[in-house]
Design a protein around this ligand. Structure first.
Ligand code: ACM
Ligand code: ZN
Length: 690
């Protein structure tokens, strides 16, 4: 965290938004309204700080000022006519409607900070720290500022690799400086249960420990657990005292911690400790609770009782994502439940569980929050949705009157590579540079006006399968979380990538000095060079006929159509990841055939080169072809083979790209390009003909 010694100097002026006179400071997130003139205010050892607020609020702000290095300047009240900073709680503040908003006016001899609540004063303090950090005299100015979204979140997965409470506190320090106010802790998942539950001690005696340090080694070795205290035991959990300590730390920074307890799936660790709660009653590796068994509900309610006792959060996250639902189809108890409750399918069985748990939470005065799968089979009435599989689920939920937090994978999943994969530590896959995070608008114009307020939040998620250390976790979080902070706080019309980039670098530098390990934007390699310019070549714009549909197989995988028939000759090349709608994906089960197309050049041409790039990322099952054949024809009937390329596919980790092509001298009008693979998906972006 950034601390500063107190020789502050602030300056003053009146204010409304005027871009031409905006001060050259490095505020993040960008303020709603700010204007400045050239007079300035210098904070020095004579600067006094006054707080006009009820005792409890004043005491908290005093603590926060002291933590920010401004403690010695505190004065409750005296009459000395010295330069002063006034913090004042007021029932009404001009231009402010959010309890988190504030007004700040800086003049030659004082700074006035006004807000409706202690959170607003706290954010005013963060802005004063920003102004102070930009160095020297702070221009006279006035700021009217409040958040675009009330929920500005970060998710930390502490299951896959446990992180201790000091790490969590350090991230909360950084969050609070950026006015982020929700920390979603993914506390339970197959790789480890991370919260002490007194009623179910085996969750932390067994399910929080494994013989391998990293998630990768653990999954490679059969995903087994061990006992707390075993010499090889790795992992850990938060005791209930730890949780109380974290909650106290969070509250002082106006952060709400939202606990996530996964159900009905991602629960292998629970079912290892309490196998009677799975459909198979003991088989290692079951992921889903048995929804037919009343004992499951007794367990879930018992856990939630302790969770609600600890966490004051109004919403409790119950996961709900990625249930396999397979065992439910044959389990006697699940089948009986479906018959008794008139449930048509296993989606409705999942929905039954979510509705029932929602009722339990509601009866205890809390609201349910879950991943967007909780919409399948009917959404529980008061539930809020976290939209992760794109934005469509979230937009639909908002149109239906539900509160939504946007966290779509393509913009908010910080486990993706943030730069060229070859330059980065191994990651889950994907390619999510900070510019793309910053480009996301969580409340699209297309949404009906009455649904817009239901998009209450934006969140960045850090899943930690491939993130074994604290330093690596910080590297993936920052600075991309800075982009989330600004996108969640600042109005869309105040967003500006070029300005943000400089400010984000300044914040990263400040964090680095304070002992964080952010990714260095100055050394960013950027997107794949082929993706930066369109490819002009002989086949550009030519018609492509897919031969594989003739055998009843889909031409491309539904999830990765890119620009459909136009993709392979549109001149547009893909970037570092297959999900950028420029790479087309092919996945035919049970056969090696993936891609078989004919390009019609429109006339017989001289040919010297025909080639296509493929990518390999083993983690999400994306592979190189093992065979490519390239042939040519004048009449689209008789083809002459130009190349028959065989490739030995290896299981290298990381991401690789390889060109499969022919070079030589030939003539023809029709080009046939055929690619086969041993396993998984194949992706290509363009067939380049010269
Ligand atoms: C998720 O990424 N499974 C929510
Ligand atoms: Zn069952």
């Amino acid at each position: 965290m950034n601390r500063f010694s107190i020789t502050l100097a602030l300056a003053a002026c009146s204010a409304f938004c005027c871009a031409a006179t905006e001060p050259s400071v490095t505020p993040i997130p960008m303020r709603v309204e700010m204007s400045a003139e050239d007079a300035g205010f210098t904070i020095d050892s004579l600067t006094r700080v006054y707080i006009d607020a009820p005792d409890r609020d004043a005491a908290l702000l005093e603590e926060q000022l002291a933590a920010a290095g401004m403690g010695h300047a505190l004065r409750v009240c005296d009459s000395v006519d010295a330069p002063r900073i006034n913090f004042r709680l007021k029932p009404v503040v001009d231009g402010i409607s959010s309890h988190e908003g504030y007004r700040l006016s800086v003049s030659g001899d004082r700074i006035d900070a006004e807000a409706l609540s202690p959170a607003g004063l706290y954010y005013a303090l963060q802005t004063i720290l920003d102004l102070k950090e930009s160095g020297g005299t702070i221009p006279a100015m006035s700021i009217t500022d409040q958040p675009r979204l009330p929920y500005r979140g970060m998710m930390l997965d502490v299951s896959r690799h446990f992180r201790d409470k000091e790490f969590v506190k350090k991230q909360m320090d950084a969050m609070a400086r950026l006015k982020l106010n929700r920390l979603h802790l993914h506390l339970t998942d197959a790789a480890g249960w991370r919260i002490e539950i007194k009623k179910y001690p085996k969750l932390t005696e067994l399910a929080a420990w494994r013989p391998q340090k990293t998630w990768k080694e653990w999954t490679d070795n059969g995903a087994r657990y061990c006992n707390e205290g075993d010499t090889a035991a790795c992992g850990g959990y938060f005791t209930q005292d730890d949780i109380r300590e974290l909650l106290d730390y969070a509250a002082k920074r106006h952060i709400t911690i939202i606990p996530e307890i996964e159900m009905p799936s991602h629960s292998e660790e629970v079912l290892a400790a309490y196998p009677e709660l799975s459909c198979s009653h003991g088989e290692h590796g079951s992921s889903d609770f048995c929804v037919g068994n009343e004992a499951t509900f007794e367990f879930v309610e018992g856990v939630l009782d302790e969770v609600m006792e600890l966490f004051p959060s109004q919403v409790i996250h119950i996961g709900g994502d990625e249930a396999s639902k397979q065992a439910w189809k044959t389990c006697e108890l699940c089948q009986k439940r479906m018959a008794d409750e008139g449930l048509m399918d296993v989606d409705e069985l999942q929905s039954y569980m979510i509705h029932r748990v929602e009722k339990y939470l509601n009866a205890h005065g809390r609201d349910l929050l879950g991943w967007d799968e909780i919409m399948e089979g009917g959404l529980a009435p008061n539930a809020a949705v976290m939209s992760w599989r794109g934005t469509e689920g979230g937009l639909r939920a908002a149109r239906d009157g539900h509160r939504v937090i946007m966290t779509p994978g393509g913009y908010c999943y910080l486990d993706s590579y943030q730069d060229a994969p070859w330059s980065q530590p191994e990651a889950f896959g994907g390619y999510l540079p900070i510019e793309k995070v910053y480009s996301f608008d969580p409340v699209p114009d297309s949404l009906p006006e009455d649904a817009k307020p239901l998009i209450i939040g934006l969140q960045g998620n850090l899943w930690c399968e491939y993130i074994p250390t604290a330093e690596h976790a910080e590297y993936m979080l920052w600075p991309r979380m800075i982009a989330i902070a600004e996108a969640a706080w600042s109005p869309q019309q105040r967003r500006d990538w070029d300005g943000f980039k400089g400010r984000a670098m300044a914040v990263s530098d400040r964090m680095r000095k304070a002992g964080y390990t952010p990714f260095d934007m100055r050394n960013e390699v950027g997107n794949r060079k082929e993706a930066l310019v369109e490819a002009d070549h002989l086949a550009r714009g030519c018609k492509v006929t897919y031969l594989l549909p003739d055998s009843g197989l889909p031409a491309w995988h539904n999830g990765y159509p890119a620009s459909k028939e136009a993709t392979l000759t549109d001149g547009k090349r893909g970037g570092w990841n297959y999900n950028d709608m420029l790479w087309q994906g092919y996945m035919n089960t049970g056969t090696r055939e993936r891609l078989d197309v004919v390009i019609d050049l429109g006339r017989v041409c001289d040919l010297s080169s025909i080639s296509a790039d493929f990518m390999q990322i083993c983690i999400p099952d994306v592979w190189m072809p093992e065979q490519v054949t390239i042939s040519v024809s004048d009449d689209n009937k008789k083809f002459k083979t130009l190349a028959d390329i065989h490739h030995t596919v290896t299981t290298d980790t990381g991401v690789s790209f390889k060109n499969f092509g022919w070079k030589g001298s030939a003539r023809g009008r029709y080009i046939r390009y055929r690619a086969m693979a041993k396993q998984g998906f194949l992706f290509t972006d363009e067939i380049v003909v010269e």
